[in-house]
Design a protein around this ligand. Sequence first.
Ligand code: TEU
Length: 536
Amino acid sequence: MPLPPNAPWWKTGVIYQIYPRSFKDTTGNGVGDLRGVIEKLDYLGHTLGVDALWLSPFYPSPMADFGYDVSDYTGVHPLFGDLATFDALVAKAHERGLKVIIDVVPNHTSEAHPWFVESRASRDNPRRDWYVWRYPAPDGGPPNNWLSVFGGPAWEWDETTGQYYLHSFLKEQPDLNWRNPEVRRAMFEVFRFWLERDVDGFRIDVAHFLMKDPLFRDNPPNPRPGEYHKDMGAYDTQLHLYDKGHEDVHGVFRDLRRLLDDYSRERERFAVGEIHLYDWDAWARYYGGNLDELHMPFNFALLRPNWEARAVRAVVDGLETALPEGAWPNYVLGNHDETRIAGRYGRAQSRVAAVLLLTLRGTPTLYYGDELGLEEVDVPPDKRQDPWGLRVPGLGRDGCRTPMPWDASHAAGFTTGEPWLPLNDDYETVNVDAELKDPRSMLTLYRRLLTLRKNTRALHAGDYQPLDDVPPSVFAYLRQADGETVMIALNFAAEPARVPFPGQGRLLLSSHLDRDDEPLREHVSLRPHEAVILAR
Ligand code: TEU
């Protein structure tokens, strides 16, 4: 069934992720800020044409994990601005019809958060139980075998109080104890604080990590390592049965949904969870049995398969089958933790990827810079900053977090100073200004795709139906709503392909941007690495 015409914004719209450090600097210190985002709202809403912004953390933080170590959930780090600037950002975004989604990091705080400072002060501190403290194992070592995602054990010894605390990520990011009702209340106050400031929704960091095994059992060894979409190092040697994803996490999201629903009178307030689960059923449970939990768990499944027609189709069909009745799909191809699309699939295929992402049934989330075809930047060792990469060589995320190139001037117009990470080498040609002037650029492709998607009900609201009668290098599908049919055909190969097209029609868009309105009859020819959108 297609979406009804009055479907909420988060189903029909497109989300755009901003990594605030790297978007636009207005102070000359080399780090992006909220005023920079405000300056670029017309680019986002008008020029590009996205519908919602997701801002990665901008809160006070010692920046051990670049803001995912929060020391005050209801403030703004002076690097990025202040609450008044944040309020202005929300108001000005809303004036332009843009929604604002903020990143909340509820699984852990910074070690500098006053809650943790109190918690670690003594074993009988009233906030002791706000975090996960355990006595050593009988041999004096860590309480169990749990590992940090970022390498090494998930337990840090605290000499002063003679216990270990849990950190699923850095030791500077102690895990909160979500089984303590006071923690739950405090974090719900945080959600309320931002809802009152008129945000439209939340992206919940590692949402499935909030609840762990209450018995703290050891994780068993992983019989089939290598199932993640990327090399996770030693972390992948265990099956993570007990250190995350405990059943009880669903109660937290039912409560969160009630809160969001209470605030949804004028418009739906929304939550998307970062959930890295590879079992469709376990993943789908985060929608809630009665669709009463997260509006969407982020779907990262497209990051996993080989970039081939058959494998990509299998992911899409797998999702469509696994989706609970009434749940709305979504797709992600990049974010601040993943190698850039252009780095993963190459420049030619990144155009095919853009067409895929913006024509599938479901909400797409775009990552800043991908609309320019920005490549993964090879950051030299002395400039690397990501703590994960510094701890586990090869897993660094700096290359996908480099500054947004706006034009060909000093530092690509990102800053008047020295950018915190190096720019892409090719910024004189790969930048917003140059690509806006080029009718065949990646940016032009994204703009046209976004416009077409917005203006075509079949594309933003229609059903999805895969087509079988196509060559093996091609993934093709129909999108249909109210009698309107659009066909999409993606050629994943470096060879041409010929795809049947029953009846007559015309070409709406080619990823090469040079076949507008071409008439079609009986078939369509695809050039190497070409993706097309066709109308009957
Ligand atoms: O990421 C969580 C996380 O586990 C990912 O790094 C994941 O392991 C990876 O993408 C492969 O599956 C979130 C944030 O997105 C990340 O930036 C933070 O560093 C992390 O949480 C800790 O807050």
